[in-house]
Design a protein around this ligand. Structure first.
Ligand code: CMP
Length: 436
């Protein structure tokens, strides 16, 4: 007996090595022990297809119907896309998807449920795949996978919406479904690499992925794990900025890509989708800020949430002056998204650029710490969202939490040194400067 999770991992490895019959036997063992494992059924069909067996089609179709009824629309769409890729008709499946999960569906409900996948810890009896397969192994596996849920009756009365898509009009939903691309990836593959440009976002239809950010020293900060139904890749699309994190497959993964073409097909409903995507982005940016910013590091989760609640959030248009050089320091700012430029007035009145601020950067600390007037102007370069914490509250935190005090002091000191160099105000003799 081996756990279902381990059997799947072994099967995925065998499949990747081109040992399709051996992989099929392991997936079949899962279907025999856990007939509700639609993922294993799809994989049986994948193996059969790789072995050139045309009956795989029946398995995709039967599994897709089960998925539609059991609250798993995205794996159903995966089956439909695979069928289409092999020249089979899937219009009945796509039509049912729209009827069951479109905005006019009577099945969508608040008290919705989905039939869960069997637990990864379930013990599964497995064959020894080093031994030759019985002659009917392929046919028997296909028959089992096709009919695994024929007698299953406990389908939920109401199903969950598909995020974003179920809110569309039926016509737009249909158009988008027609343009969504399926990507099937092995464990270890990257769907997104931090820093690349991005023109699409994704739904997870199956498998698990991890999201992580990498700092300048190559250290990774885990940000999230994603599974069926999750949306990702929306940030770069909305902000026209590089990908903010990497997303790597932890298992065999099916993702559905919504690209430029899909978005164009949304026509006048694009605004509603963009707004919903903004909602995802905001939550994630706040989560990432708490996970990565030194400002939040000294605190536990609850304290971090509490601190975050004390900030006010401000959307600023390009050109907005957030800090005006010479004014009194009003508080501390954190860039949630977008970019801002920092500059200082030279003696001849011209503005000297000092640098830029991007997601996660803190600013406004210099005047606060020194109780002096602000020494630079900060202007939004593109649409940005900044969080603001009033000076009285910053003073209380700085007094109470030494780590924050030293973080802000070090930041202010580094910036002042950089600024003096840029402005040519550095009075250290050149031969005493230490360059690193
Ligand atoms: P994007 O920046 O386009 O590419 C990387 C994606 O990782 C990003 O969009 C988000 O969709 C996703 N992401 C970033 N942070 C998180 C998080 N905390 N939780 C879930 N997903 C995230």
């Amino acid at each position: 007996m081996v756990s279902l999770g381990d059997v799947k991992r072994s099967a995925a490895t065998l499949f990747a090595q081109g040992q399709h019959l051996a992989a099929l036997r392991l997936y079949d063992a899962i279907v025999a022990a856990a007939p509700l494992d639609f993922d294993a059924r799809i994989r049986v069909a994948d193996c059969a297809l790789a072995l050139g067996n045309p009956h795989a089609e029946n398995v995709y179709r039967a599994t897709a119907w089960y998925c539609l009824k059991s609250g798993h629309p995205l794996p159903a769409l995966v089956c439909a896309r695979v069928l289409e890729a092999h020249g089979a008709d899937s219009s009945d499946l796509v039509a049912a998807l729209v009827v069951n999960y479109g905005s006019e569906s009577e099945l969508l409900g608040k008290v919705a449920a989905r039939v869960a996948l069997p637990p990864e810890t379930l013990e599964v009896p497995v064959p020894d795949v080093r031994q030759p397969a019985p002659p009917d192994a392929l046919d028997a596996a296909l028959a089992r996978a096709e009919h695994a849920t024929d007698t299953y009756k406990e389908f939920p009365q109401a199903v969950h919406e598909i995020p974003l898509l179920s809110a569309l009009s039926e016509a737009a939903f249909k158009r988008v479904l027609g343009t969504i691309l399926l990507k099937r990836l092995p464990p270890g593959a990257f769907v997104i690499r931090e820093g690349e440009s991005g023109n699409s976002f994704f739904f997870v239809a199956g498998g698990r992925l991890r999201v992580f950010a990498t700092d300048g020293l190559g250290r990774q900060t885990p940000l999230a794990e994603l599974g069926e139904g999750a949306v990702f890749g929306e940030m770069a699309l909305l902000s026209a900025q590089p990908r903010s994190a990497s997303v790597e497959c932890l298992s065999d993964v099916d993702v559905l890509e919504v690209g430029r073409q899909s978005l164009a097909s949304l026509a006048d409903e694009l605004g509603a989708v963009a707004e919903a995507l903004h909602g995802f982005t905001r939550e994630r940016l706040l989560g990432n800020l708490m996970a990565t910013s030194p400002l939040f590091k000294p605190f536990n989760r609850m304290q971090q949430r509490d601190l975050l609640r004390r900030f006010t959030s401000h959307d600023v248009a390009p050109g907005t002056v957030v800090i005006n050089e010479g004014e009194e320091g009003r508080g501390l700012f954190v860039v949630l998204s977008g970019e801002l430029d920092v500059s200082r007035r030279a003696s001849d009145g011209s503005a000297v650029p000092l640098g830029g601020l991007k997601t996660g950067d803190v600013f406004g600390e210099m005047a606060l710490l020194r109780n002096a007037r602000t020494t630079a102007t900060v202007v939004a370069q593109r649409p940005a969202t900044v969080l603001f914490l009033a000076r009285e509250y910053v003073a209380r935190i700085v007094a109470a939490v030494p780590e924050i005090k030293s973080y802000l002091e070090a930041l202010a000191e580094d910036r002042e040194i950089d600024n003096q160099l840029v402005m040519g105000e550095d009075d250290t003799p050149a031969d005493e400067r230490v360059l690193i």
